[in-house]
Ligand binder design. Structure first.
Ligand SMILES: CC(C)(COP(=O)(O)OP(=O)(O)OC[C@H]1O[C@@H](n2cnc3c(N)ncnc32)[C@H](O)[C@@H]1OP(=O)(O)O)[C@@H](O)C(=O)NCCC(=O)NCCS
Length: 171
């Protein structure tokens, strides 16, 4: 159950595209992937995703964010996680600092909790000691992933008719 976080790069093109397909087959949205679901070609997605890492190159209206691949011992991409450097009004209210997903083929092996723990280590490098993570109230798996990492529920808010839970993790 050993995983590590790496930045996306061209070497992982096929594995990242497979990750996208695994979500398409499952009819799910791949959270924490810098919109891999709407990407039409890998090269543009990679360029945009790397561009979003810096204040100078992030697209207008977005905050800078790191996107990492979580890879297992076999170098397979089992998850992805997106770490936003600060909160916009929308992120403060609904989106949070971190979004993530684990491939539908690799769920319930502990990867989600471990990936978030590794993501929090990266988040700490930003010099912020409180991390906001949100999830839909129906998303038991995500809520447990947050709770496993010390999340404390602040409140529940409504966005587009969905109940969103807002958790803080103090680092
Ligand atoms: C949320 C998600 C990342 C969890 O990944 P995972 O690798 O399956 O999580 P883990 O194996 O680390 O499990 C974490 C905890 O959640 C529980 N869990 C996982 N899937 C569950 C499910 N479907 N129902 C209930 N509990 C579940 C696990 O049992 C574990 O708790 P436990 O240790 O008390 O038993 C994964 O389900 C996912 O990618 N979901 C779709 C995307 C998503 O919802 N992202 C979050 C957006 S807020």
């Amino acid at each position: 159950m050993n995983i590590r976080l790496i930045l996306p790069c061209a070497e992982y093109k096929d594995k990242i595209w497979n990750y996208k397909k695994e979500f398409e087959l499952a009819g799910e949205e791949p959270h924490g992937t810098a919109s891999l679901n709407s990407a039409t070609d890998f090269e543009t997605w990679l360029k945009n995703t790397l561009g979003e890492m810096n204040e100078e190159t992030v697209r207008p209206g977005l905050v800078p964010a790191w996107t990492f691949l979580a890879v297992d011992e076999n170098d397979e991409v089992v998850g992805m996680i997106n770490i936003r450097h600060r909160l916009s009004e929308y992120l403060f209210n609904f989106g949070g600092h971190i979004g993530y997903s684990v491939s539908p083929l690799h769920r319930r092996k502990g990867y989600g909790a471990k990936m978030l723990a590794l993501g929090l280590q990266e988040f700490r490098k930003l010099g912020t000691d409180k991390c906001l993570i949100t999830c839909n109230k129906n998303n038991i798996a995500s809520a447990k992933t947050i709770l496993h990492n010390g999340g404390v529920l602040e409140n529940e808010v409504i966005n587009n008719g969905e109940t969103i839970q807002r958790y803080w993790i103090t680092l």
